[in-house]
Design a protein around this ligand. Sequence first.
Ligand code: ADP
Ligand code: RBF
Ligand code: MG
Length: 189
Amino acid sequence: MAEGKAALTDSKVERMRKTLEPMPRLCAKVVHGFGRGSKLLGFPTANMKIRWDVVESPEKLEPQEKDVLDFARSCEAGIYYGWAQVSNGSDRGIYKTAMSVGWNPTFPDVKAKTMEPWILHDYADDFYDCELRLIICGFVRPEAKFADFKDLIVAIREDGEFCRETLDDEALAALAKDPFFIAKDAEVA
Ligand code: ADP
Ligand code: RBF
Ligand code: MG
C-alpha cells in the first residue's frame, strides 16, 4: 500500500466478486506468523510458507513452491475467497476460506508479503507444519490500513460472510470436489 494513504474505518469497505481465470491451485506448508490472528483479532490465519529467501534463484524451487512464490509476487494485495484443505492433517475436510494476502498495513511489523487463509471451520487442533491445499477462486477487496484494529475485526467478520455466501454459487461450490484435493480416505505420506 502506498505511503500516506488515509486509514479506513469499516464503513468505507467495498467488496466485489472478481473470479480469477485461471484459478491458482497452491500447496504450501503452514508456518508460524506473529501469533496475532487468534489472540488479538479472534481470527486464526494459517500462514503459508513463501520462499522469499530464494526469490533471486527460483529455479532451485520445487514446482509447488514456485507456484506459491509466483502468485505471492504478482497478485494484488487483498482478500480472496477459495477452498482449503489441510491435506495431511487429522481433519482433511475441504472448507470455505477467506484469505488475506499482503503486508497487513494496519500493523507496522510485517516486512514481507504474507498469504494467510482464515478457514471458515472450527478445527479441533492446530495444524502447524502440515500441508495446506488451496484453490483461489476470486478477489474481494484490496487490503486496507484501518485507523483502529476494532474496525479491522468488523471488516474481517464481514469478509468471512461475504466469502461464505459467494462460494455457494453453483460453479464455485463444485470446486470443493476438485481432484486437486486429496480424497479423504487416501494414504498421505
Ligand atoms: P500465527 O500468527 O502463528 O499464524 P494465528 O493466531 O493466526 O497464529 O493462528 C494460526 C494457526 O491456528 C494456524 O497455523 C493453524 O495451525 C491454527 N488454526 C486453527 N483453526 C484455524 C482456522 N480455522 N483457520 C486457520 N488456522 C487455524
Ligand atoms: N490486515 C490489514 O492490515 N488490512 C486488511 O484489510 C486486512 N484484511 C483481512 C481480511 C481477512 C479476511 C483476514 C483473515 C485478514 C485480514 N488482514 C488484514 C490481516 C490481519 O491483519 C492478519 O491476519 C493478522 O494481523 C494476523 O496475522
Ligand atoms: Mg496467522
